[in-house]
Design a protein around this ligand. Structure first.
Ligand SMILES: [Zn+2]
Length: 86
């Protein structure tokens, strides 16, 4: 994507509007969730998607104590539990 430069003011509530041109270009829709991270002095917005906490896959996830886990990792953990050295 071509670089886009916009200047926006943050309001009293700390909100900032993502320009419509950017939302359209990135297909950002109402109610989409974004993860906010800080790297140095830069604020990074990434589309939020659930991922397995161990391998990062986004498929067939199940919730476990508020975290997401995929069947492969769940199975590996289950195998670990059967290991006698534990
Ligand atoms: Zn996994």
């Amino acid at each position: 994507m071509e670089s886009m430069g916009f200047i926006r003011e943050i309001d009293k509530m700390g909100r900032i509007v993502i320009p419509k041109e950017v939302r359209d270009a990135l297909h950002i829709q109402d109610k989409d969730k974004y993860e906010i991270t800080v790297e140095g002095e830069e604020i990074i917005l990434r589309k939020f998607s659930k991922k397995c906490v161990f391998c990062g896959t986004e498929k067939n996830l199940k919730d476990f104590n508020g975290k997401s886990i995929c069947p492969d990792c769940a199975s590996k953990i289950s195998e670990l539990q059967r290991c006698k050295s534990w």
